[in-house]
Design a protein. Structure first.
Length: 270
């Protein structure tokens, strides 16, 4: 889940992100079947999402910047997926990753709506639709894990992909809460905290240590999305929306603090 400040996949996974361009291309070509299957899956989703974006632009007061935002954001996410593909241990992209990629499509649509729909705050039906899309994406979060276990396709690649989609969704919802004046700009900390943790790990390597699975982290992640969804509901306004955001941020700070203290207390490897 997105609230888990842990390194998934170890050195083998991270290595795929630091590989040179030539080395990456060589590794992908060695697994041409997986590459072709993944590209076909992601291309189909990108095309389908683009069509949805165009149709939405005909029914909502949004321009072609909305369509462009959907396509560019989703293309960027899928490009990163392909870049990390050498870490995927299975022969095909898999049903679980397909569901996660579909969730990424929903996140791109949500992102474009938040930044391009100028009258979003004054359009209740649009806000309710946005909340419904987010709740649908949240419900699918349990489906990809089930499919991975059902078809024996669990992997660090899939877990990381799922976590990144969750993290991006929380960031987008935090941005929406700020733009809709549901809370102050500090609400962005809910979405930025995970990225701040990762960035801090670059200068403080001890934060890159391994953490065991935790129900607390998963619960806090779900609570963040649920709280931000409630905040977006039209009739939830300050000071109630502000209080909900503050409670969500407090829970997130606590969760990160517990794991950071644990990592800092670990003996330094020599």
């Amino acid at each position: 889940m997105a609230s888990e400040p842990e390194r998934l996949g170890g050195d083998n996974f991270v290595g795929s992100w630091s590989a040179s361009g030539a080395g990456l291309a060589a590794r992908l070509l060695e697994r041409r079947g997986l590459l072709n299957n993944t590209l076909a899956t992601l291309s189909g989703l990108l095309a389908g999402t683009s069509v949805v974006a165009v149709l939405v632009s005909f029914h909502l007061p949004v321009g072609w910047d909305f369509v462009a935002s959907v396509i560019l954001s989703l293309a960027l996410m899928f490009s990163l997926v392909v870049y990390a593909l050498p870490a995927h241990p299975h022969r095909s992209f898999g049903y679980a990753n397909l569901v996660t990629a579909f969730r990424a499509s929903l996140v791109s649509l949500t992102f474009a709506t938040v930044i391009c729909f100028e009258s979003l705050a004054a359009t209740d039906i649009a806000l309710w639709t946005l909340v419904g899309v987010v709740l649908f994406a949240l419900a699918l979060d349990g489906v990809d894990g089930y499919l991975a276990r059902r078809y024996s396709q669990e992997s660090d690649f899939g877990a990381r992909f799922d976590m990144e989609v969750d993290a991006l969704l929380i960031l987008v919802l935090s941005l929406a809460a700020a733009l809709l004046d549901k809370a102050g700009l500090w609400v962005l900390l809910i979405g930025l905290m995970r990225y701040g943790f990762v960035a801090t790990g670059w200068v403080l390597p001890r934060l890159n240590g391994e953490l065991s699975a935790s129900f607390r982290r998963k619960l806090v992640c779900v609570l963040q999305i649920a709280a931000l969804c409630i905040i977006l509901v039209p009739f939830v306004t300050p000071p109630y929306s502000t209080a909900i955001a503050a409670a969500a941020l407090s829970a997130l700070v606590y969760s990160f603090a517990v794991d950071i203290l644990f990592l800092l207390r670990q003996p330094v490897e020599t």
